[in-house]
Design a protein around this ligand. Structure first.
Ligand SMILES: Cc1cc2nc3c(=O)[nH]c(=O)nc-3n(C[C@H](O)[C@H](O)[C@H](O)COP(=O)(O)OP(=O)(O)OC[C@H]3O[C@@H](n4cnc5c(N)ncnc54)[C@H](O)[C@@H]3O)c2cc1C
Ligand SMILES: Cc1cc2nc3c(=O)[nH]c(=O)nc-3n(C[C@H](O)[C@H](O)[C@H](O)COP(=O)(O)O)c2cc1C
Length: 447
């Protein structure tokens, strides 16, 4: 009997050892299988914050370069980096510009409020940061500097020191491209200068739109090109005027549509504090008709209508900012697409400064503009500025927003842009306006 028990115990132990052996082999196999199933290199994330499209274009080029190197990559707006996403991402490339007075671009305001205000453990995160700005503004690259400081405070580790870009400086961008190629472990990088060449355009027409105005002259300018592929842009895009290698090109909103086979602009002659004429606007005001200038079209995604195309639209514009509204109205007229449009236009005097009056009234008669408010600050009306129209028409504005309207603001930053922003906050509320911005329903092209 004792002998039997002993034999049973021995058999049980052998079985147990065998089962343990099987289990450990199974576990080891599973572990090594799961190791193989994890991608050899985890996905990179490229995030951008851009106002006028430069940072977005560089982010897309960055992502393309990584993809060509066989690296899995996701390119997204900075606003999508919520605190929980930030805590999961391990490899992050950031390309951000600075706007306003040292602020984040509008599209990143949600990130600033929701993520940049938090304390997070980001010790898992490695990142690199390309900060776009201009030394003509104070403080230089402020948003990039702020973001970099915050990331390091949260324990994230930079791959290399932040690269600051002054006015699209090609040396700094090339430095970024080289670091990137090194990180991706490749020599194969697409040409980043593709499709960015200026081409010659002939000045065909120049018309002073506001003779006798108390304000600086505003010109309607029209250019033609012999280049077969030149007519490719969409409503909302910008054109850059080259001033030669030593100077930063200047941006202008394109007023015409490609089917018109020309580029039209509204340009105000800029005077510096010294009384001198601005370089670009001065040149455009004086070059003889028939002469050529070097232009290139630049995508401006935040001012494309995109999904807002089917929403009611509210355009709040002043001065040359009218171009940003008129081009979309032209598009609506051309497409015979009628979504309710409310145009609020401000200038100094109706008699001299009602720019493109005939075209505006034509769209009103056609039902393209469903509501028009004009406000002239020097005509002694009770209301003087576009922001005052908003405050007076608060009920109407809220009703439009209730119906899903999107707001587009175009013109000068100081004065109008800031005044409109403050009025909208008063009417809608700070958080509600921030939400509209996150939803892409509050877009600004203010300069
Ligand atoms: C998105 C956008 C759209 C615009 N659309 C229009 C438009 O439709 N119509 C219009 O009239 N204007 C528009 N502008 C303004 C325009 O780009 C010019 O700023 C304006 O014409 C004055 O330029 P200027 O060269 O004549 O004057 P300048 O006095 O030579 O320059 C004016 C400003 O440009 C910057 N600047 C000057 N020199 C340099 C330099 N060497 N390097 C870098 N920056 C420098 C400074 O900020 C300066 O205050 C737009 C601007 C932006 C950003
Ligand atoms: C209205 C306006 C305000 C700007 N404010 C600043 C600023 O405060 N600091 C800075 O360094 N650059 C400033 N810039 C320069 C932009 O950051 C620079 O042009 C950048 O390349 C724009 O990139 P984006 O097209 O991706 O927005 C400003 C530009 C504009 C048009």
């Amino acid at each position: 009997m004792t002998h039997d028990v002993w034999r049973w115990q021995l058999a049980l132990s052998v079985v147990l050892v065998y089962v343990c052996l099987c289990l450990s082999v199974w576990w080891w196999r599973k572990k090594s299988q799961s190791l193989v199933m994890v991608p050899p290199q985890k996905a990179w994330c490229v995030a951008y914050a851009s106002q006028t499209g430069h940072a977005q274009a560089l982010a897309e080029q960055t992502a393309k370069t990584l993809q060509l190197a066989g690296v899995a990559v996701q390119c997204l707006p900075l606003a999508q980096l919520t605190p929980s996403v930030m805590q999961q991402v391990e490899r992050l490339l950031l390309i951000v510009s600075t706007y306003g007075e040292g602020d984040a671009p509008d599209m990143a305001q949600g990130f600033v409020q929701q993520t940049l205000s938090q304390r997070l453990d980001l010790s898992q995160l490695h990142y690199a940061l390309l900060a776009l700005g201009s030394r003509h503004y104070e403080p230089f690259c402020a948003f990039g500097v702020r973001l970099d400081g915050w990331l390091q405070q949260q324990g994230a580790t930079p791959y290399f020191a932040r690269i600051d870009v002054d006015n699209q400086d090609s040396t700094a961008i090339e430095q970024w491209r080289r670091q990137l190629v090194h990180l991706a472990g490749t020599n194969d990088s697409p040409d980043w200068t593709e499709n960015t060449d200026f081409s010659e355009w002939i000045l065909q027409e120049r018309q002073l739109l506001n003779p006798h105005s108390q304000g600086a002259p505003i010109y309607y300018l029209q250019f033609s090109s012999t280049h077969p592929n030149a007519m490719t842009w969409q409503a909302g895009d910008l054109v850059q005027l080259s001033l030669g290698e030593q100077h930063t090109p200047r941006d202008y909103t394109v007023l015409s549509l490609p089917y018109q086979q020309h580029i039209a602009l509204l340009v105000r002659l800029h005077y510096r504090a010294t009384g001198e004429q601005g370089m670009a606007s001065g040149l455009l005001a004086r070059v003889p008709l028939g002469s050529t200038v070097a232009l290139r079209v630049r995508q401006h995604p935040s001012f494309h209508l995109g999904v807002n195309n089917t929403r009611p639209l509210i355009f709040i514009v002043s001065g040359t900012g009218l171009a940003g509204a008129l081009v979309h109205l032209r598009q609506q007229a051309n497409d015979n697409h009628k979504t309710p449009c409310w145009l609020i236009f401000g200038e100094r005097q109706r008699q001299y400064d009602f720019l493109c009056q005939q075209e505006i009234e034509h769209y009103q008669a056609q039902g393209i503009i469903t509501r028009l408010d004009t406000v002239f600050s020097r005509d002694g009306q009770p209301l003087r500025y576009v922001q005052e129209v908003l405050l007076a028409e608060k009920k109407e504005l809220l009703a439009w927003l209730q119906q899903g309207a999107a707001i587009y603001v175009c013109g000068s930053l100081q004065g109008m842009g800031q005044g409109v922003d403050a009025a909208l906050k008063t009417i809608i509320g700070d958080d509600e306006l921030a939400q509209l911005q996150r939803d892409g329903r509050y877009q600004r092209d203010v300069y």
